[in-house]
Design a protein around this ligand. Structure first.
Ligand code: GUN
Length: 296
């Protein structure tokens, strides 16, 4: 293997250590404890696993953590009432509703209901609009923010770089394209946002100095599509099987990892790459929200 592994787990630990100091300072200066409400609807195994890790990290940082679990059969009105309670609670600085939601719920209605100043996921139109306008008061969506942080800390030059993103989701591809294309540090890249309608995806990928795979299709990005020395960020977390011995799912990214690592200059593993960075950014947004409302 020739590529350097971008170790998101180690990087996120460093960020969480920095945040731990901020949490202590906030408590000492104002008596403020960051408060995070995590809301899970249903029992989708991947969502349960993500929420469990988010809750554990919040506890480890000494947050006031409130975990809400609603059955998959819950009415949308119950979820809206739950969000309203946390919107009105001054001890809560951040609200996270784990996606996807059951089919009978309208994701847009739910995201709109979260107070923008507590939207630490950065999914509310107010925060996405601010991101689009380059307004620094936006809460940035956690996965795009984590990817940018990782690239910057790894010393990857984005200024003038060709970035190709595969996948145009509202929570990763679209906001990441805006973030990396913005003027300023950690931006200034030339971004191509590809999707299922893209002609000759391979040709686009081959141009990339930084290639981000966020399509949710295991092994979609082939090693032949990677420019030698490119930085490869794999956002995919696909459950491709089940390990009977460990009792855990077998995860695969959107990139053919072993072969890609022979070509790329840097590459993120799955798991242990982007995932831990997403959680670190969620915690960072929550601490920032608490700092902005120190009396609570
Ligand atoms: N589902 C997949 N990624 C995310 C995320 O970053 N936040 C939430 N709330 N749901 C998700």
């Amino acid at each position: 293997m020739s590529a350097k592994i971008l170790d998101g787990a180690a990087l996120s630990r460093a960020i969480l250590d920095e945040l731990g100091e901020e949490v202590a300072a906030l408590r000492a200066a104002h008596g403020t404890v960051p408060g995070l409400a995590t809301i899970l609807v249903g029992e989708d195994p991947a969502s349960v696993s993500y929420v469990t890790r988010k809750v554990a990290t919040a506890h480890a940082l000494g947050f006031h953590e409130v975990q809400e679990t609603l059955p998959a059969t819950a009415h949308e009105a119950e979820l809206l009432a739950c969000i309203e309670r946390h919107n009105a609670d001054p001890r809560i600085h951040g609200i996270l509703v784990q996606l996807p939601l059951p089919r009978h719920m309208e994701e847009r209605t739910i995201i709109h209901a979260i107070a923008p100043e507590k939207d630490v996921d950065g999914f509310h139109p107010v925060n996405l609009g601010k991101l689009l306008m380059g307004d620094a008061t936006a809460f940035l969506p956690c996965t795009p923010a984590g990817i940018r942080e990782m690239l910057m800390r790894a010393g990857v030059r984005l200024d003038g770089a060709e970035v190709v993103i595969v996948g145009r989701s509202n929570i990763v591809g679209k906001p990441l394209a805006v973030l990396l294309g913005q003027k300023g540090p950690g931006g200034n890249a030339t971004v191509t946002l590809t999707h299922t309608g893209t002609r000759d995806l391979a040709a686009h990928c081959r141009r990339a100095d930084v290639l981000v795979a966020a399509a949710g299709v295991p092994g979609l990005v082939r090693s032949e599509w990677i420019k030698p020395g490119a930085v490869v960020i794999d956002v995919g977390v696909n459950r491709v099987g089940f390990n009977e011995k460990t009792g855990k799912p077998i995860l695969s990214g959107d990139v053919e990892f072993a072969a890609a690592a022979e070509v790329a200059g840097m590459i993120t593993p799955v798991p242990g790459g982007v995932g831990p960075m997403t959680i670190a950014m969620l915690m960072k947004n929550t601490v920032r929200s608490a700092r902005q409302h120190p009396a609570a």
